[in-house]
Design a protein around this ligand. Sequence first.
Ligand code: SAM
Length: 278
Amino acid sequence: MTEESAALYVVPTPLGNLADLTRRAEEVLRTVPWVAAEDTRHSGTLLKQLGSPARTLPAHRHNENEAAARIVDKLQAGESVALISDAGTPGISDPGARVVAAVRAAGCRVVPLPGPCAATTALSASGLSDEHFLFYGFLPSKGGQRRQALEELRAYPCALVFYEAPHRVLETVADMAAVFGERRLVIARELTKLFESIHAGPLTAALDWLRADANRQRGEFVLLLSGATPGADDGEGERVLKLLLDDGLPVRQAAKLAAAITGAAKNALYDKALALKG
Ligand code: SAM
């Protein structure tokens, strides 16, 4: 690599199947003098398999600022650096964003390579027909905060994509069922690996499905939920409507407010309010 071409290459690496490394990623990893890696030992194995002579430097969430400064120094000295994480695309629920920001701020080139990412891999096989999706990544690990985060997502009319660890998958799916009621859930597990499985079905049945076989709770997970249907009432509209009516609001105003709060259809709530009032 010449001085003029020095760049930070953001390089996705396989999720589990080495054959998913792109030819371009392989070429970059073989030719750059430096590879900044989340875990240098883990990535050392990959570089060895590729026969890459690159030297590694650590860039993980606990040293990202110092790593960024070192990387900028290398680039300014005319040496290219490839940034990789343990698996998938750097910066996607992984360290990388701070390094990229620092490199840009220093006026150096950032070259992203397309490649493996668990979220898009799962989404492509989910069969969810939502036109849009929201990538959330990891939910909070504490139950209360997780339910709160899910509540905030309840009205979003797009597919929701989450990452989850095996020891939390049951409780997270239970919280999803409590917050979202009936939705379609896709559980994508161990993508590109030997025990890959993709299960799709009603959210409320997912807990039983997961519990039925302990192996279904093992490995790495992407959880994908279909989005809210604008105007549909999942029970929340009626619940809020009743509260407002009980508080003495007139039928029309209660229906209007309940629709505005929950996203449920106003006319249907109005009819319901009339029925409730007898
Ligand atoms: N940067 C990565 C990417 O581009 O997907 C994600 C890194 S994040 C630290 C790791 C999480 O991604 C796992 O806990 C899991 O939720 C998801 N993940 C990674 N590999 C996976 C796989 N093979 N199958 C399913 N989910 C996977």
